[in-house]
Write a protein that binds this ligand. Sequence first.
Ligand SMILES: Nc1ncnc2c1ncn2[C@@H]1O[C@H](COP(=O)(O)OP(=O)(O)O)[C@@H](O)[C@H]1O
Ligand SMILES: [Mg+2]
Length: 324
Amino acid sequence: MSEQTLLEVKNLEVSYQAGGKKVCAVNGVNLSLKKGETLGLVGETGAGKTTIAKAILRILPQPQGSVNAGEVWVDGEDLLKMPEGKMRKIRGKKISMIFQDPMTSLNPIRSVGDQISEAIRLHEKLPKSEVQKWAVDMLEQVGIPGARYSDYPHQFSGGMKQRVVIAMALACHPELLLADEPTTALDVTIQAQVLDMMNHLKEEYGTSVVMITHDLGVIAEMCQTVAVIYAGEVIEYGTARDIFNHPTHPYTIGLFGSLIVLDEDVERLSPIPGLMPDPTDLPKGCKFAPRCPTCEERCQRAAPEAVEIGEGHLVKCFRAKDGE
Ligand SMILES: Nc1ncnc2c1ncn2[C@@H]1O[C@H](COP(=O)(O)OP(=O)(O)O)[C@@H](O)[C@H]1O
Ligand SMILES: [Mg+2]
C-alpha cells in the first residue's frame, strides 16, 4: 500500500442468508482509493455496491450479512480485524457514510441543527455552545442559513434535506466518505448543485470519496477512478478517462454506449438486454456470459481473471486478454 493510498479493499466476499439460500452479493472485490480522490462504483441495482460500502464500515445487517473473506485496509490497519469498540470511534469520524435513501437518515421529530450537533458530540468533547456553533457553521457550509438550526426536516425541501445529511456526514471532517447514491432522489438541477457542493467540501477538507451511483453523468462529474461492478465483481477498473474513452468489457461498453442516448437513469431503461444473474445461483463461468453479445464457449466454462490492458486498467474478459 503506497503512502498516497487511503483505502485498499482486497478480495472482499460478502453473502447474505435469505430464505434458506445463500445470496452471493460480493464475490472477490479489489479496490484502491488514493488520498483526496473520488472512486466511483457504478453498476445496476443489485450489483452489490451498497453491500461493499456496508462491509467497509462493518454495518451489514445482522445476522443475515457476513463477510466471508477479504481485507479492508485504511491507513495501515485492516478494519475487518479491528475490535468493535475501536471501529465505533472510526464510524462517523474517520469514515462516514451518506445512505442511499437520505430522507430516512433524518429523525422527523428532532431539529436539523440538533441532529448535526449530535453527530459532532459523538466524537468531540466540547462545551454545548461550541458544538452548536460548529453545527451552525456546517449548515452554512452546505448553503443553509444558520437561522434554520431549529427547524424540523419537514420544513425543508428534498434538496435541502440532502444538504443536511451531507452536513452531518462531513461534520467531523472524515478522511473517507462513502456516498451511496447521494443525489438519486433529487431532481436534475438540484442534483447538480449538491454535486458541486460536495466537490467543493471535498476540496476544502481533502476528503477521499467512494461515490456509488448508477448515473454515468455523476461519474463524469466527480470521479478520477471508476470500478464497474457486475454481479458482485469488479469487471472493469481504471481511470475515468480509461472507462469513458476505452471501455473494454462488453458490459462497460453496453453501459457507456447508452450514455449517448440518455444522460440519466441507465438502470431503469436497461440498455443491455437481459437481467443480472440470480445471486443465489451464479453461473460457473463469466457472470456476464448469459447477456454478453460476444460470449464464446470458454466464457461459460471458466471465469476470466482480471487482466491489465493498460497501466492500472483492469478488465475481466477473455477477449481483453487476447488483445481484442
Ligand atoms: N439484507 C439483505 N438480505 C438478503 N439479500 C440482500 C440484503 N441486502 C442486499 N441483498 C442482496 O444482495 C445483492 C446486492 O445488493 P446491494 O448491495 O444492495 O446492491 P446495489 O447497491 O448495487 O443495488 C442483491 O442481490 C440484493 O438483493
Ligand atoms: Mg444500493
